[in-house]
Design a protein around this ligand. Structure first.
Ligand SMILES: CC(=O)CC(=O)C(=O)O
Ligand SMILES: [Mg+2]
Length: 212
């Protein structure tokens, strides 16, 4: 498979609450170990396709995240070896039906519908690993209708990329092309039909999507 064709990802593994300010803005505890969930590959969309509000959702949020693209089969990988399994990066939105998530949290149920609905993972294009020598030294941004909503450096992550790979691959084999979304910084907010969301990694990459 071609690693640079991000639409061929089999799995999208996501980390939740990986930035202290984001955990706090939603009133969540700061986690002691990575919180993992998944999106289906049918969540992926590329520029030109709309973000579609799922039926019944009244509080759709954007979450800009650095995404790691896995380059080779990874199982039980130690932190010290982890970066050898990274083919590159992109930037993604973890679109979240926050009302569905709040309901699921109250009921102690999984976040599946809140996180994995169709078009819930808009992605930009592939950046080879050598163009981002240190993934913890870039700035993520997200603007809605031209107004800055999220802007943060990735050194604020609680769990860095090698720690995430080590933790994840204890439980789940990562395959070439799989995407690891590394969590969102503060600034998530409600988006509405007709909004334009522009997001990216400052001076590296950006993408624009419209909400339907
Ligand atoms: C509260 C969340 O939705 C967790 C999440 O996805 C994150 O990026 O943090
Ligand atoms: Mg997220």
């Amino acid at each position: 498979m071609s690693i640079s064709n991000l639409r061929l990802a089999k799995k999208i593994v996501c980390i939740g609450r990986n930035y202290v300010d984001h955990a706090k803005e939603l009133g969540n505890a700061v986690p002691g170990k990575p919180i993992l969930f998944m999106k289906a590959s049918t969540a992926l969309i590329s520029e030109g396709e709309p973000i579609v509000t799922p039926p019944g959702c009244t509080n759709l949020h954007q979450e800009v995240e650095l995404a790691v693209v896995i380059g080779k089969l990874a199982k039980n990988i130690q932190k010290s070896e982890a970066m050898k399994y990274v083919a590159g990066y992109t930037v993604a939105l973890d679109m979240t039906a926050r009302d569905f998530q709040d309901e699921a949290k109250k009921a102690g149920c999984p976040w599946f519908l809140a996180k994995s609905f169709d078009a819930s993972c808009p992605i930009a294009s592939f950046i080879p690993a050598d163009q981002i020598p240190n993934p913890h030294d870039v700035e993520l941004f997200c603007k809605i209708n031209g107004v800055d909503k999220q802007r943060a450096r990735t050194d604020l992550m609680i769990f860095d990329v090698p720690s995430i790979i080590e933790f994840t691959t204890k439980f789940v084999t990562l395959e070439p092309g799989d995407l690891l979304l590394t969590g969102t910084p503060a600034g998530v907010c409600k988006v509405n039909p007709g909004d334009e969301i522009e997001f990216g990694i400052t001076d590296k990459i950006s993408a624009k999507f419209n909400v339907k």
